[in-house]
Design a protein around this ligand. Structure first.
Ligand SMILES: *Cc1c(COP(=O)(O)O)cnc(C)c1O
Length: 362
């Protein structure tokens, strides 16, 4: 019950143990088509360029910046935690100029500050932000931020690593241009795959680049020779065949549950956990409106030691929760309820184990 990887569903583990077939085997190729459809379903998009990058969420992040940022390009990046900082690092490494909009850790990205920054920087062409900041547990209003970006003529790059499957996300309706996620947070799957989706506007920008994408592996114009639809796929890299069996199974499961039901399950379980924690006198870091249901950041009560408490949870209860990051190290815990981990028995175990660790009499 940390910030990821979350529990992998047994069906996903069992799918991964099937025999490895060729990455151009007709059976595998039809599974690739289904995987694309499954990703389109959970992203709520009809984007043709929707695919899993064969590497973790960080590679999905890098794919977006490598393909869309050209040298000298001005990119507004909203930073309210660790992953926003990484976005900034990506912008500068690909030769862009980062214009930073900062918000306090634990708060959502401010729409007004973004609007001001775009008014002050009319040459900016891209806006980047994190939908669900896993480092703090804060959710930002992606729909609103994308509308502002669009009003200023900017494309958007959205980090949906922790949001996908756990909270409402509508790529087409919110007009997100480039989005990346991860397999190991709310999708109940193993780590190592990054689903991405690019809008037609993003593809137009990509195809009108003046310079080559500097990464060969992440250059989408080459990867799409393998992941583009249809039977005439060609070798780009050896796909992680068994890992993709796992992703495919997790997509089948979300389809069975229904994506909206998955969002609801995360919200309902968050409320049960929250009520239990509050009864023990534990408070949340993030204010109610900005809270992520799948990542509960709580303040460690006075007099309780962070490290020894987490070791006790792990050793005595086989339960992992996440530590605080940055200025919040030693001050907060991050309790994940992501994907298959978001279920009743985990909440019960977590509340029982915490009451023991905190010395609360039942
Ligand atoms: C986990 C995470 C990432 C990085 O994903 P990896 O699979 O660890 O590379 C990026 N952004 C956010 C918001 C995350 O939670």
């Amino acid at each position: 019950m940390g910030p990821g990887p979350s529990d992998v569903h047994p069906r996903v583990l069992s799918a991964m143990s099937r025999p490895t077939i060729g990455h151009l085997d007709p059976a595998f190729v039809s599974m690739m088509d289904e995987t694309k459809e499954g990703l389109q379903y959970i992203f709520k998009t009809e984007n043709e360029l929707t695919m899993p990058v064969s590497a973790p969420g960080s590679a999905g992040m890098e794919t977006c910046f490598a393909n869309l940022v050209e040298p000298g390009e001005k990119v507004v990046v909203c930073i309210n935690g660790v992953f926003g900082m990484r976005m900034k690092e990506n912008i500068t490494r690909f030769g862009g100029e980062a214009i930073v909009v900062e918000d306090n850790w634990g708060e959502a990205v401010s729409a007004d500050k973004l609007d001001e920054a775009l008014t002050e920087n009319p040459e900016a062409s891209i806006v980047a932000f994190v939908h669900a900041e896993t480092s703090t547990g804060a959710l930002s209003d992606a729909k609103k931020l994308c509308t502002i970006a669009r009003n200023h003529g900017c494309l958007t790059i959205v980090d949906a690593v922790t949001s996908l499957g756990g909270v409402e996300l509508r790529v087409d309706e919110w007009e997100i241009d480039a989005v990346y996620s991860g397999s190991q947070k709310c999708l109940s799957a193993m780590p190592g795959i990054s689903p991405i989706s690019f809008s037609d506007r993003a593809i137009k920008k990509l195809s009108s680049r003046k310079t080559h994408v500097t990464s060969w592996f992440l250059d989408l114009s080459l990867v799409m020779g393998y992941w583009g639809k249809g039977a005439n796929r060609t070798y780009h890299h050896t796909a992680p065949v068994n890992t993709l069996y796992g992703l495919h199974e997790s997509l089948v499961m979300i389809k069975e549950e229904g994506i909206e039901n998955s969002w609801d399950r995360h919200q309902k379980n968050h409320i049960i956990l929250r009520d239990g924690l509050e009864k023990m006198g534990i408070n949340f870091l993030v204010k109610v409106e900005d809270r992520l249901p799948q990542l509960n950041t709580v303040i460690i009560p006075d007099g309780i030691d962070d490290v020894s408490s987490r070791s006790k949870l792990l050793n005595d209860y086989n339960l992992e929760i996440g530590a605080g990051l940055g200025a919040y190290a030693g001050k907060v815990w991050r309790i994940g309820l992501m994907g298959y981990a978001s279920r009743n028995e985990n909440i019960a175990l977590c509340l029982l184990a915490l009451s023991d660790v905190l010395g609360i009499q039942k």
